[in-house]
Design a protein around this ligand. Structure first.
Ligand SMILES: Cc1ncc(COP(=O)(O)O)c(C=O)c1O
Length: 387
């Protein structure tokens, strides 16, 4: 009998560290263990009941068929209008494709621009799926330090004639850093100078606590800028799988074909729920922003007091990314073993994340307080074996 084999691009693919972590917590909980999870990127927000009702109503009204592959025209128009207001850039509904989450928008964009052996610059530390999506396209991820800001000399040094694109994420996961305007301008100049696509992942932009500069506002990017957006973090809609791709015609046509031949479309009732979410935006967003900020401030203050920890207050989102002492992987493992508290080791987000942990404030407030007290106790009581 002839043996079967896997394609090279998946054989070397590591599982998602964050999804694996969530699966591990789920299994531990199934054995009856109580785990306090500060590791999930899925906030404990229940989708607003009016959004849920809109989805249910659409289903009951018979919205059970394929929809336009690019997405409902009304949703694309609403997103285009919103994008103009937010970024100051003029865009029309044709530039937008509705996708199942931001992740698929990113993946399809990379599929459209990366040939086997091509290189893509991406932030380190950065979201765990960037490198994997590049690898799935047969490309080579090239990490560039993003901790204190992108360094143009490093970017230039890491660019070769195979470099096709740079992924920019603001606010950044895992650090919560908002990229300032001057840095965005420098990145835009760099992309133009080197003839690169620039993929801007703005899925946390609605959770910025101060002014948020949009890369779209930079001039002269019309032919190369792709924006990845999502309803997940903005509206507490992670499980609905609703996001958007925004980009210029050639790449948009390519992504449209990928959508047609892979998923066909995002379910109509999910898009109807998204339309309702946009109607409620002015009411919901300030509330959600305040909800997360109220968690961030005291937690950051408590963690910053721990001996040897450096814990800056991020300008957006619900992640803290403190520098700790010792090995981050051993810290996360021992904390889970001894205190039943889950955090993500910083090195899961790239080599530059080593020595940090990502603390996600996505569980109920009482659990956050309990978990922070357990971390303080862990640090004091010599439970750590790794320093
Ligand atoms: C930086 C970043 N981009 C994109 C995504 C994708 O989100 P979704 O596919 O739920 O829209 C995530 C999810 O955690 C993320 O952290």
């Amino acid at each position: 009998m002839m043996a079967v084999s896997l394609a090279q691009r998946v054989a070397s693919l590591a599982p998602s560290a964050t999804v694996q972590n969530s699966d591990q917590i789920r299994s531990l909980r199934e054995t009856g263990r109580r785990i306090l999870s500060l590791s999930s990127g899925d906030p404990n927000l229940v989708t607003d009941e009016r959004i849920v009702a809109a989805g249910c109503r659409a289903l009951q009204d018979g919205d059970t068929h394929y929809t336009a592959s690019a997405g409902l025209p009304r949703l694309r128009e609403r997103l285009a209008a919103r994008e103009c207001v937010r970024s100051g850039r003029q865009i029309n509904a044709d530039s937008i494709l509705i996708t199942p989450g931001g992740k698929f928008a990113l993946y399809a964009a990379l599929q459209s621009m990366v040939d086997p052996g091509d290189e893509v610059l991406l932030p380190d530390p950065g979201w765990v799926s960037y490198a994997a999506c590049v690898r799935l396209c047969g490309g080579r991820p090239v990490a560039v330090s993003s901790l204190g800001g992108f360094d143009l000399d490093e970017l230039r040094a890491r660019t070769t004639d195979r470099t096709r694109a740079i992924i920019v994420n603001s606010p950044l996961n895992p650090t919560g850093r908002v990229i300032p305007k001057e840095e965005l301008s420098a990145l835009a100049d760099f992309a133009r100078e080197r003839g690169l696509w620039i993929v801007f992942d703005q899925v946390y932009c609605d959770l910025a606590y101060d002014e948020f500069p949009f890369l779209q506002a930079e001039p002269g990017l019309e032919d190369r800028l792709i924006v990845v957006d999502s309803f997940s973090k903005t509206f507490g809609m992670t499980g609905w799988r609703l996001g958007a791709f925004i980009g210029p015609e050639p790449v948009r046509k390519a992504v449209a074909k990928i959508i047609q031949h892979s998923i066909y479309c995002v379910p109509g009732f999910v898009q109807q729920a998204g339309l309702r979410a946009l109607e409620l935006e002015a009411e919901l967003l300030p509330r959600y922003r305040e909800h997360f900020h109220k968690r961030l401030v005291p937690t950051q203050a408590a963690l910053a007091r721990l001996a040897g920890w450096e814990c800056p207050l991020p300008s957006a989102g619900f992640y803290l990314f403190p520098r700790i002492t010792g090995d981050d992987k051993a810290f996360a493992r021992d904390l889970l073993d001894t205190k039943a508290v889950a955090v993500m080791p910083g090195s899961a987000f790239g080599a530059a994340g080593a020595g940090h942990v990502r603390i996600a404030l996505t569980c109920p407030e009482e659990e956050i307080a309990e978990a922070v007290a357990a971390i303080a106790d862990f640090e004091r009581s010599g439970n750590r074996r790794n320093v």
